[in-house]
Design a protein around this ligand. Structure first.
Ligand SMILES: Nc1ncnc2c1ncn2[C@@H]1O[C@H](COP(=O)(O)OP(=O)(O)OP(=O)(O)O)[C@@H](O)[C@H]1O
Ligand SMILES: O=P(O)(O)OC[C@H]1O[C@H](OP(=O)(O)OP(=O)(O)O)[C@H](O)[C@@H]1O
Ligand SMILES: [Mg+2]
Length: 282
């Protein structure tokens, strides 16, 4: 059986989280950050550790079957690859920034020099708005370019905003794009073995966003309680060794689960337990 060939970021912001999600999905991952490839023959998968910026190219060309990269890098590459699943980590916004008070709107960029590592994304954005500006390609540390006199504004990845603040810059105009790590395939083509891989990763993503809730409640209040915790297919209700009481078990979204525990307590539930789920197939 042929191996599913998967591109994984070898360095940078996405690398550790990408390997973590693959490991949690049951795949082998490298232990040594210098390793370039790893074959997991038990799962019929081969991993290639590559620069995240290059991953869309390999996948778009069909050299590799699947990849994990940033949505911003995928769009910037112009490669013929499709985003098939957002992965919920490596979140960032792509923004314009300039010296405090200098710009208030993207229209103010007309006639300026804009430094960025994402020439494709910026050029497309400016063209769409009919803004005529010069785009200066830099490899990184883009925030320094204004002070050093090679640009008037920058367009860069913003996560916490601390790098911009340290450079005396502020964001302006609308967010160019919201990015996160994504799973990509060649445009319009799902490779053999993709469905098993997708189900495994999906299981981890769902497990991360849900928790298991257990509680005991008097039968008289079960319908109220079940309305709060409907579960996926329906909650499990088991008899309790106490007259007129039952035990309820249901998956609930992690967000809001503390508030849900308060509400269940209010209607008389007791012994309310919350536990992590590590993986699942729904
Ligand atoms: N704080 C962040 N800084 C940079 N990139 C981030 C950040 N948070 C998420 N990302 C995402 O990581 C991807 C960039 O990958 P890249 O390997 O260039 O990361 P990097 O951290 O800039 O690496 P490097 O160490 O080579 O500078 C993009 O998809 C970007 O949106
Ligand atoms: O909003 P923040 O939390 O400060 O994060 C954003 C910064 O982090 C990245 O730089 P990185 O450290 O990757 O250096 P680089 O510019 O050399 O790639 C990115 O290019 C921004 O400069
Ligand atoms: Mg960087």
């Amino acid at each position: 059986m042929s191996l599913l060939r998967i591109a994984v970021p070898n360095k940078g912001s996405l690398s550790q989280s990408a390997s973590d999600i693959l490991r949690e999905s049951g795949y082998r991952q490298r232990d040594d950050a210098k390793q370039l490839t790893l074959t997991d023959s038990e799962n019929s998968v081969e991993f290639f550790y590559l620069r995240p910026r290059d991953i869309a190219l390999y996948v778009g060309e069909g050299t590799l079957d699947l990849g994990i990269t940033g949505r911003d890098l995928l769009l910037d590459s112009g490669a013929a690859a499709d985003e098939v699943r957002a992965l919920g980590f490596g979140r960032s916004r792509f923004r314009f920034a300039g010296p405090t008070g200098r710009f208030s709107d993207v229209a103010d960029l007309a006639g300026t020099r804009i430094a960025t590592s994402y020439v494709g994304v910026v050029t497309a954005f400016l063209a769409e708005r009919g803004i005529d500006a010069e785009v200066v390609r830099l490899d990184g540390a883009v925030e320094s370019s204004i002070q050093l006199g090679v640009a008037d504004a920058v367009a860069d990845v913003v996560e916490t905003g601390s790098t911009l603040r340290a450079a005396g810059l502020e964001v302006f105009g609308e967010t160019i794009l919201e990015s996160e790590a994504v799973l990509i395939t060649r445009a319009g083509h799902l490779p053999d073995g993709f469905e098993v891989f997708r189900r495994r990763v999906e299981g981890v993503l769902v497990a991360r966003s849900y928790v298991m809730m257990d509680y005991d409640i008097a039968e008289a209040h079960v319908s109220e309680a079940v309305a709060l915790t409907p579960g996926i297919e329906g909650p499990t209700i088991a008899p309790l060794h106490r007259e007129g009481w039952v035990a309820v078990r249901a998956m609930v979204p992690r967000d809001g689960s503390q508030r849900l525990m308060d509400e269940l307590y209010e209607i008389g539930a007791r012994g309310i337990l919350l536990t992590d789920i590590h993986a699942c197939r729904l």
